[in-house]
Unconditional design. Structure first.
Length: 231
């Protein structure tokens, strides 16, 4: 598995591929990336045997951003129309709309019910977001494909511009999105490790050489276990 977090441009990946050589490139079977066109281009050109998986977190992030865009748009429209009471219902609902249903607090559940009763478009955006997450939870690829196809049709017909845009993006990347169902690989662990490494680098400010930072990274992330004698 090759994670994408090695840089932000195709040139960075080209340099990495040059470093490991053609034989190693041909041996790479799976790559998880976000939906960067630069990453996809470099991988397609240099990794002939690799299956591209679009990271589930980034796929769902597109949908979550669409929900928030609908929420902000509805709030502006209601205020412009002088419907302050309806706009008040939407205010403060961001986290309730984006959280998993089983993680909602009592207050967040009440806010979500208020949205359901008072704003059809925003509640439709909420359901679209939850349904996409459910489609990606299926373990059987044929079932996941049917669920994703149903979701794409619904999003395209939703009359919610942010979700129409997201549906077009996901449709163009559908096979890479569905590859997650088959392989169940994502970037969460690797990105968590990268965040930890960045935290260690901040702690290393003022060190006289990189040796101390390298040692700290091995100590904290290398699986080393210390068992000092008990006094």
């Amino acid at each position: 598995m090759l994670d994408h977090d090695t840089g932000k441009t195709a040139e960075t990946l080209y340099a990495f591929f040059d470093l490991i050589g053609q034989e190693q490139c041909e041996g790479i079977e799976t790559v998880t990336i976000d939906m960067s066109a630069a990453y996809e281009k470099a991988i397609t050109e240099r990794l002939p045997n690799a299956t591209i998986i679009f990271d589930r977190f980034h796929v769902q992030q597109l949908s979550s951003h669409a929900v928030d865009e609908v929420r902000r748009g509805q709030h502006r429209e209601l205020l412009d129309a002088g419907a302050t009471e309806e706009a008040t219902v939407i205010k403060g609902t961001r986290f309730a709309l984006l959280k998993n249903p089983w993680n909602l607090t009592r207050d967040e559940g009440r806010k979500l019910r208020d949205v359901q009763d008072n704003n059809t478009q925003l509640f439709r955006a909420y359901l679209l977001n939850q349904t996409l997450a459910s489609a990606l939870d299926y373990l059987q690829p044929p079932r996941a494909r049917r669920a994703l196809d149903d979701w794409l049709s619904w999003a395209c017909r939703s009359k919610l511009a942010p979700f129409v845009k997201v549906s077009r993006t996901i449709r163009s990347k559908k096979e890479g999105v569905l590859a997650y169902i088959q392989e169940r690989l994502a970037n969460g662990i690797v990105e968590g490790t990268n965040n930890r490494l960045r935290m260690l680098a901040r702690r290393a400010f003022g060190f006289h050489s990189p040796d101390a930072l390298i040692s700290m990274r091995y100590l904290c992330c290398g699986g080393i276990e210390l068992h000092p004698p008990l006094l």
